[in-house]
Design a protein around this ligand. Structure first.
Ligand SMILES: [Zn+2]
Length: 278
């Protein structure tokens, strides 16, 4: 599943494609949404926000109403940008097609789509539950420190809460593995067991790695090291991570072999030497 940085990069590409434009035609693949097609025709697309892994396409209709198309890619959703006269051949189900003055944005396979007014947006069950967005510049390390120290989160395993979108929004499995490795924290450790300096390091890293990954199209590894690896012939995929999907390969810090364990129902990669249980 794409994580916060990947979703924001998709949103950037969509903004470039359709933001500021007027909708000539919009079609929904899901029957309950078809009622919106007429009302949204002629609307101007203001911008595309992201909140964690959710995408919010904000519109102003011809009648002057402010509406938002909420969409969540989940596992299978896929956005495509193309010219209106050049839709790709695809066996996937087209769930939303927005045509704007020759440019189109197509959403395939996703089923979690809704058109919301301002009140409905505030009340939206998924959005309401989200913690602070790691890519939002307004989210500061102090906010994360407060959450790590809160009764709600301090007693739970860090490997579990990092991908809990109510803790912070935007982290998925690769960022969880990378953040814990960076901080030398074993996934089963709880924040109640961490020294104060470690809590601060963890809070900083929870913001630092997704922001770096967003800026670099997916590199959470040390940048200099990743570039060095690529110069030496490693592929981008082989170079971008500290530990994620590096099972049985040597740790870049200590040479121990990276292990794959199960955490919160997903594979979690970690170094058995660098990331010790306290
Ligand atoms: Zn190590």
């Amino acid at each position: 599943m794409p994580e916060g940085p990947e979703i924001r990069r998709i949103a950037d590409a969509l903004e470039k494609q359709i933001a500021g434009r007027v909708i000539d035609s919009i079609r929904f693949g899901l029957q309950p949404l078809k009622q919106w097609e007429q009302r949204l025709t002629g609307a101007r697309i203001k911008d595309i926000k992201t909140f964690g892994k959710a995408m919010l396409t904000r519109l102003q209709t011809v009648a002057g109403d402010e509406l938002t198309i909420y969409s969540h890619n989940q596992l299978y959703g896929r956005w495509v940008c193309c010219d209106t006269d050049d839709y790709p051949q695809s066996k996937r189900q087209l769930r939303m097609a927005i045509d704007c003055q020759g440019k189109s944005a197509l959403l395939y396979s996703a089923s979690d789509i809704a058109v919301l007014n301002k009140d409905e947006l505030l009340q939206h069950a998924f959005l309401r539950k989200l913690g602070p967005d790691v890519l939002d510049k307004a989210t500061m390390a102090e906010h994360i420190v407060d959450r790590l120290n809160s009764d709600r989160f301090r007693n739970r395993q860090l490997g579990v809460i990092l991908t809990d979108q109510s803790f912070v929004a935007g982290l998925g499995n690769y960022l969880r593995c990378e953040i814990l490795f960076y901080c030398s924290i074993y996934p089963a450790v709880r924040s109640r067991d961490l020294a104060k300096e470690k809590i601060y390091l963890l809070a900083d890293t929870i913001l630092k790695l997704p922001r770096q990954s967003y800026q670099t199209a997916g590199i959470s590894n040390d940048m200099d090291h990743a570039q060095q690896l690529m110069k030496q012939g490693s592929s981008f995929e082989e170079s971008r991570f500290y530990v994620f999907r590096r099972e049985a390969l040597p740790c870049y810090r200590c040479g121990s072999l990276i292990e794959k364990i199960s955490q919160a129902g997903q594979a979690c990669y970690c170094c058995p030497s660098c990331q010790q249980v306290l």
